[in-house]
Design a protein around this ligand. Structure first.
Ligand code: MG
Length: 298
């Protein structure tokens, strides 16, 4: 029987609300991605990448926040609350200041242009960690196909500046997420485009100051691949997939899934109690109330 919840482990039954439904909060987009919650404004920002806009959702509805938006993909907030964005078209990581100006945080590494920053997270120490695969500069809608100049890499930008490559053994680093205590960094490997699903999985690294160690296989999904992911306050990982959102315990055990029946690109907890899971992907923005809460930075 195909239901909304796939409960693979009894622990998952305590993380979801059996009477909660999947809500469509917005529709008519082309491809939604990059959800980030602003608790102070009770709003969610997310990208509608092919339409080159960043969209704002509040309880009052959906409005355009920014257009054009440099074909922005992933977003995060820094320690001061400013919006950090991955720009495909400008091939850079950027920050929106309180006066509306845009500061370029990183657009090159060792003299070569970044490819297309995809997703970004900010650590409690103010450092910014982001992925730079080759996707995003190879579709015409993003402003014309451009050649990649750098290998697919995961970067760390220190709070005081200084860009370093922290993981280079990826074919396509994509979404990333710290464990709640920031001792681990999970990074989705989505491989080369049009490659077999077997090459697509989530890796887990130990965070050692400004470096990463390890990088073993952590989890994978049966349908599609993990693109974006986020952690709840207990460190369970909520991962996008080709059929919904799958939840994994910190030991890698799959707990269950919210089956949307279509491809999910990314997820973010938000809402007044941080228990609402916002889901991007396809032409919609959706959300579902859960019985857990999103992790907060230490
Ligand atoms: Mg992504």
């Amino acid at each position: 029987m195909g239901g909304l919840y796939d409960i693979a482990d009894p622990r998952f039954a305590r993380l979801v609300l059996p009477n909660a439904g999947l809500e469509v909060l917005g529709a008519g987009f082309r491809w939604t991605e990059g959800p980030v919650w602003f608790a102070d404004h009770e709003m969610l920002l997310f990208s509608d990448i092919p339409n080159d806009r960043v969209v704002r959702w509040t309880e009052a509805g959906v409005t355009v926040f920014l257009q054009p938006a440099g074909f922005a993909n992933g977003h995060a907030r820094d320690r001061d609350g400013r919006l950090i964005s991955c720009s495909h078209h400008h091939r850079r990581l950027e920050r929106r200041e309180f006066d509306g100006r845009v500061t370029v945080l990183a657009d090159e590494f060792e003299g070569r242009r970044l490819n297309a920053p995809n997703d970004v997270v900010v650590k409690a120490d103010g450092s910014i960690w982001f992925t730079d695969p080759h996707y995003g500069i190879n579709t015409d809608y993003e402003g014309g196909k451009q050649p990649a100049e750098l290998p697919a890499t995961v970067y760390r930008l220190g709070a005081e500046g200084g860009l370093s490559a922290v993981a280079a053994d990826f074919a396509g680093p994509n979404g990333l997420c710290f464990s709640p205590d920031e001792t681990r960094l999970y990074i989705a490997e989505t491989g080369k485009q049009f490659e077999a699903e077997a090459s697509k999985y989530v890796r887990v690294f130990e965070v050692d100051g400004a470096r990463l160690r390890g990088g073993r296989h952590f989890c994978s999904v049966a349908v599609g691949n993990v693109d974006g992911l986020c952690a709840d306050e207990d460190g369970n990982l909520w991962c996008s997939a080709g059929d919904g959102v799958h939840c994994f315990a910190p030991d890698g055990e799959r707990l269950g899934a919210i089956i949307t029946g279509d491809t999910v690109s990314n997820v973010a907890f938000g809402g007044r109690q941080r228990c609402r899971l916002f889901i991007t992907g396809g032409t919609q923005l959706r959300a579902i109330y859960t019985n857990t809460r999103g992790a907060v930075r230490p």
